[in-house]
Design a protein around this ligand. Structure first.
Ligand SMILES: Cc1ncc(C[n+]2csc(CCOP(=O)(O)OP(=O)(O)O)c2C)c(N)n1
Length: 635
């Protein structure tokens, strides 16, 4: 059988180990070819090919449910659940998603993208199953990185307390998060990997014990405890942590040995209560270049399969926002030992790996633990340090109560740097940085700023580090800057709550926030071709808003447009409308940003076009709203 013929995972039933190995080979080939062409996650999926096949051979997937954590490692799952023929559309507009989505396949039982949710969701399904008197198996597959997340530990704590609720947790331990995994649990798992495999108690143990002289039937009631004790003796320490938490622990199992995996999963399904199978895998397995550079090939842009090198873009690129951010922060930290950069398992993505390399004592990676990162920052701030919590906009959602309760309510000077704010592109809805303006703006004491370009980002980094009156946040987009000149030192902090006028015109006031300021300037050019003169303001701050600047201009010009790359509800435009209303300035306002929809995976430009956020589209909306008589063809 060829992989292309598999449209239902139950077709794996009855295949020999040899046949499964062939399918495994074909999965790796297709996975590699596709990611080399479209970009996407690589090492995670290559590492779980055998795990997926073995697990699925032991399940009936018309009934049983597998919940994959994050979903970035689930390409093998996609390839054997009816998506082979469309797999070449991976991460492209209207194509197969890079993560799991309930709407994409009946085999995607729980959508994901953010880490550490699988055990909670699986436990919920298992409890529902039992309440309804149904009989299917529920399996959560979680990586050792995702296991560092608080939710995963909360779920283990709960599941371990439910000895009658059947739940299988498969721990895919490749010793890596995106970067090498961190923390005490990770250290413990490493120890377990180095220990000899657990000797599982044979099924006929009971019979064997009965054969012992003078024991006979009399000890049967005690057998459970004896088994337990023998297990402990046989495998001192290995798995004891999970066993103590109420799980039956099995492993570590060689994650690339199909026979061993199938035998272990088959056995695991026989136990009652929560079971954890610890599988040791190699991230990037089967593609030597990825095996040797696990961080670099966690995910990749399109690359040449033979050399492993990224396909160079034809234009020279200006430095990206993350890079400029990290460079600037390192420079400031060199002169200020109080600065501490904090990442939640995103060292390379945020650029904080540069700080780690240069000033390791001023760098903290907490694992996939955004909640902890935020409150840790609050603690550091209490002691007079300058914590810089650098977390993607989307992942900071995890730490929301910590931002409110631990930072804002106590007015602690934590500097939040929200990378990937706005439209992120091919990672899709779970990763869009859409909500931060709305979710931060409403919190007491919070200051919120966004730079118009990478040079202004440098000034905002120094502004944030210097600001000690309370919490302050800076949001900045994914991707490249504009190539504007950068400074190596001597940045001046910006006055808090002050915007700047970039262009004057009498017909319409356009207020741009962050990444929408340059587009606002381009819109002004298009408008001027239609005889409409725009004043352009770079707001810089969504909170506090520069009302001294904005209100008189709004009154005088009489038409206001707000531009933001974020959700319209509660966003920057809402802030402007509120300020106008509060000051009794009643003028028409057109808010342009992201409406109340999920922004699906696509290239950022494609998403912008779908949302009406390209500059010609914005100009057209402005003309339609206020100057319909001037509206001719806008291109
Ligand atoms: C809440 C949250 N924070 C950060 C991330 C970014 N992220 C995606 S995968 C990953 C590492 C996951 O490691 P692991 O679970 O061990 O899976 P592996 O990639 O090693 O297979 C991280 C940090 C995320 N998806 N969700």
């Amino acid at each position: 059988m060829h992989l292309s013929e598999i449209t239902h995972p139950n077709q794996l039933h009855g295949l020999s180990i040899r046949q499964l190995q062939q399918i495994a080979h074909q999965i790796r080939e297709k996975h590699l070819q596709t990611v080399a062409e479209s970009g996407g996650h690589l090492g995670p999926g290559l590492g779980v090919v055998e795990l997926t096949l073995a697990l699925y051979q032991t399940l009936d997937l018309d009934y049983d449910k597998v919940i994959w954590d994050v979903g970035h490692q689930a390409y093998p799952h996609k390839l054997i659940t009816g998506r082979y023929s469309r797999f070449h559309t991976l991460r492209q507009k209207d194509g197969i998603a890079g993560y799991l989505k309930r709407g994409e396949s009946k085999f995607d039982h729980f959508g994901a993208g953010h880490a550490s949710t699988s055990i909670s969701a699986a436990l919920g399904m298992a409890m529902a199953r039992d309440l309804k008197g149904e009989k299917f198996k529920v399996v959560a597959v979680i990586g050792d990185g995702a296991l560092t997340g608080g939710m995963a530990l909360e779920a283990i704590n709960h599941a371990g307390h439910l000895p009658k609720t059947n739940l299988l947790v498969v721990l895919n331990d490749n010793e890596m998060s995106i970067s090498p995994n961190v923390g005490a649990i990770s250290r413990h798992l490493n120890k377990m990997r180095l220990s000899p495999p657990v000797q599982f108690l044979s099924e006929n143990l009971e019979e064997q014990v009965k054969q012992l002289p003078f024991v006979g039937d009399s000890l049967s009631p005690e057998l459970g405890r004896i088994k337990e004790g023998m297990k402990r003796l046989a495998v001192p320490k290995v798995g004891a942590v999970f066993e103590e938490l109420g799980f039956t622990y099995m492993g570590p199992v060689d994650g690339h040995n199909l026979e061993e995996l199938i035998a272990t999963f088959t056995q695991a399904h026989k136990y009652t209560g929560p079971v954890l199978v610890h599988v040791a895998t190699l991230k990037g397995k089967g593609y030597e270049i990825a095996e040797n550079d696990k961080v670099g090939y966690h995910a990749q842009n399109p690359f040449n399969l033979t050399t492993g090198k990224a396909i160079p873009s034809n234009k020279p690129k200006p430095p990206g926002y993350s890079k400029v951010f990290a460079h600037t922060l390192v420079k400031l930290a060199e002169n200020n030992p109080k600065i501490v950069g904090i990442t939640a398992a995103m060292a390379t993505g945020t650029g904080l790996d540069k700080l780690q390399a240069k000033l390791p004592q001023q760098y903290i990676d907490v694992g996939i633990a955004e909640q902890h990162a935020v409150t840790l920052a609050a603690g550091l701030a209490c002691e007079g340090m300058r914590p810089v919590a650098t977390i993607y906009s989307t992942f900071l959602q995890r730490g929301y109560d910590q931002i409110a309760h631990d930072v804002c309510f106590q007015n602690l000077p934590v500097f939040f740097c929200l990378d990937r704010a706005g439209i992120v592109g091919q990672d899709g809805p779970t990763h869009q940085g859409m909500y931060d303006i709305a979710y931060l703006r409403c919190l007491p004491n919070m200051v919120l700023m966004a730079p118009k370009d990478e040079a202004e980002l440098q000034r905002m980094v120094v502004t944030g580090v210097n600001y000690t009156d309370g919490p302050i946040a800076m949001r900045y987009p994914r991707g490249d800057g504009y190539g504007v000149p950068l400074m190596e030192e001597g940045w001046e902090p910006l006055p808090i709550g002050k915007g700047e006028i970039l262009r004057l015109g009498d017909d319409v006031l356009i207020l741009g926030f962050g990444s929408m300021v340059y587009p606002a300037m381009q819109v002004a050019e298009i408008l001027s071709e239609h005889g409409v003169k725009a004043t352009i303001v770079n707001a810089r701050f969504a909170k506090p808003l520069d009302t001294e600047l904005i209100l008189p201009l709004a009154k005088q010009i009489g038409r206001v447009v707000t531009l933001e790359e974020g959700c319209l509800m509660g966003g920057f435009g809402s802030a402007v409308v509120e300020a106008l209303l509060d000051a009794d300035v009643v003028v028409p306002v057109k808010r342009i940003g992201v409406p109340d929809v999920l922004v699906e995976h696509a290239k950022p430009d494609q998403s912008k076009a779908t949302l009406g956020l390209t500059t010609p589209q914005i100009a057209e909306q402005v003309l339609k709203a206020f100057f319909s008589n001037q509206l001719s063809t806008v291109s």
